[in-house]
Design a protein. Structure first.
Length: 118
């Protein structure tokens, strides 16, 4: 009687360095994206909001595939631009900004957690 061969899995130690490197690269990329977007948003606000107002027609005027990529890459700016152009009540606008700030803090916590592991 024969037994079926069981597939062998790579050992945990051989998978760890690649996974750790990927964690670091992705965490740094997300942190850089959020920093760039928040700095851009701050510059937009400091210059009177013209850049933020101009971003909305640009984002909504793209073809579907480029629009999907732009929305993913610029989501905080897109949400901020939407809130700015929607003439929201100050309380709702504040909640949107708090939500974006909380989202950034979650990303920063992920970065800290990635570098805190050994």
């Amino acid at each position: 009687m024969t037994t079926p061969a069981t597939p062998t899995m790579p050992s945990q130690t051989s998978r760890r360095p690649l996974g750790r490197a990927l964690d670091i690269v992705l965490s740094l990329a997300v942190a850089v994206v959020f920093i760039v977007l928040w700095v851009g948003f701050a510059i937009g606000l400091a210059t009177g909001g013209g850049i933020i107002v101009d971003a909305w027609p640009w984002l909504t005027g793209l073809e579907p595939l480029p629009a999907a990529v732009a929305w993913i890459l610029c989501l905080p700016i897109g949400v901020g631009s939407w809130a700015w152009n929607a003439d929201l009540e100050p309380l709702v606008m504040g909640l949107v900004m708090v939500g974006l700030a909380a989202w950034t803090l979650v990303a920063a916590a992920g970065l800290a957690r990635t570098f805190g592991r050994r």
